[in-house]
Design a binder for this molecule. Structure first.
Ligand code: ADP
Ligand code: MG
Length: 403
């Protein structure tokens, strides 16, 4: 279903409630922001609104205060960073709803921007409480959702407000829905999915939904242990999800019935521990020593995998190939990242750790789309309709037309 965007409504001189995902990682002490990516990715929408002389009322959650005020999770440092990035003041408010906030926003000038307090200080936010949603909606004329990363949650600032305000998508939301939706709807073939990461159980829905549309399914990371064991290999003390062995067998059958090439590691890097302090060896998957763990894919597997994606026109990658945080076990992830980045194809990367890896490796800007959604991205690829996206698609409230 197509969704309206910020370009479809008149925002000039209007108060715009802009839901963003400014849930940035904070330093352990001192209140500094460790990584401002989540702020930067919303700048195109914010700049567009400023250029069109809207009055922007930004709102976001930060951390997990669970409905209570937590002094360490106030939004003020985020407002400060946003202000630095924009080169204009961003007023940080101490509340989200109520008379004080209403007074402040009604005094805003065109092109002003304020940031409300942490939405999750209010128990009504996560409960999608209608009174809290109405309190937020009361502040503005239009609602813009640019918080793709929060749109798998039916919360008041994501879903509830759309009952009371004309609601449209921001540019980040639009790009996420278009890029990820494109993978599911009409991927150019051949289509390869590269799935790794820690556990099979985190990826069941993604695997199920993507198998029918891919030509190649490549498995790496810790979860390959469960696949290898399902085929009768001994995997040492690698974590195996025994209750998923049958699932993995069924998935392999499903792959076969759809003519999907399912690739598992042929060789792996193993070690007695995963922290990089022990000896490492590269062995065939037939020869994993007892008491050792799979930590990365080996060189033969790297060659197989990079060979298999060559010539593909669409690639979706989620989940590192090994414990990439430890340098001895980063080669698989590095080589796969590099191979994907060089393809002449639609290249989409998602998942918290995977995005961190491609960013650290400096290949993020060679990808077609690096999804910022984390859990929301995986739910989208699993084929679930995200409540926040659905709410935009179904919104019927009359927006101020462009004059
Ligand atoms: P994403 O966040 O991209 O969706 P996951 O959360 O599924 O990815 O998995 C990321 C984690 O998987 C990383 O912390 C990485 O160290 C871990 N991992 C990768 N390979 C292995 C392995 N062989 N054994 C244990 N953990 C692994
Ligand atoms: Mg993760």
């Amino acid at each position: 279903m197509p969704i309206k965007t910020v370009k479809d409504v008149d925002v000039t001189s209007k108060r715009v409630l802009l839901r963003v995902d400014f849930n940035v990682p904070m330093e352990k002490s001192g209140g500094g922001i460790r990584d401002d990516t989540r702020i930067r990715v919303c700048l195109p929408t914010i700049r567009y609104l400023l250029e069109h002389r809207a009055k922007i009322i930004c709102c976001s959650h930060l951390g997990r205060p669970k409905g209570k005020i937590d002094e360490t999770l106030r939004m003020a440092p985020v407002a400060k960073r946003l202000s630095e990035l924009l080169g204009q003041p961003v007023k940080s408010l101490k509340e989200c709803v109520g008379q004080e906030v209403e007074k402040t926003v009604s005094a805003m000038n065109d092109g002003d921007i304020v940031l409300l307090e942490n939405l999750r200080f209010y128990p009504g936010e996560e409960k999608n409480d209608s009174e809290f949603a109405r309190g937020l909606a009361k502040l503005a004329h239009v609602f813009v959702n640019d918080a793709f990363g929060a749109s798998h949650r039916a919360h008041a600032s994501v879903v509830g407000v759309t009952n009371y305000l004309p609601s449209v998508a921001g540019f980040l939301m639009e790009k996420e829905v278009t890029s990820l939706g494109g993978l599911l709807e009409k991927p150019e073939k051949p289509f390869a999915a590269v799935i790794g990461g820690a556990k099979v159980s985190d990826k069941l829905d993604v695997l199920d939904n993507i198998v029918p549309s891919v030509d190649v399914l490549i498995i790496g990371g810790g979860m390959s242990a469960t696949f290898l064991k399902s085929q009768g290999n001994r995997v040492g003390k690698s974590v195996v999800e025994d209750d998923k062995i049958q699932y993995v067998r069924d998935l392999s059958e499903q792959a076969k019935s759809h003519d999907v090439r399912l690739l598992l590691p042929a060789d792996v890097v193993v070690s007695p521990t995963l922290d990089g302090t022990s000896e490492t060896r590269t062995v065939s998957v037939k020869d994993i020593p007892d008491g050792w763990l799979i930590a990365d894919i080996g060189p033969q597997t790297i060659a197989d995998y990079t060979g298999a994606i060559k010539g593909c026109k669409t690639v979706f990658w989620n989940g590192p190939m090994g414990v990439f945080e430890v340098s001895q076990f980063a080669m698989g992830t590095r080589e796969v990242a590099s191979a994907i980045s060089k393809l002449d194809a639609v290249k989409v990367v998602g998942g918290g750790s995977t995005v961190e890896a491609v960013t650290k490796l400096g290949v993020a800007d060679q990808m077609t789309h690096v999804s910022t959604g984390g859990g929301a991205t995986l739910e989208f690829i699993s084929g679930k309709q995200l409540p926040g996206v659905k709410a935009l698609a179904e919104n019927k409230l009359e927006a101020p037309a462009i004059s």
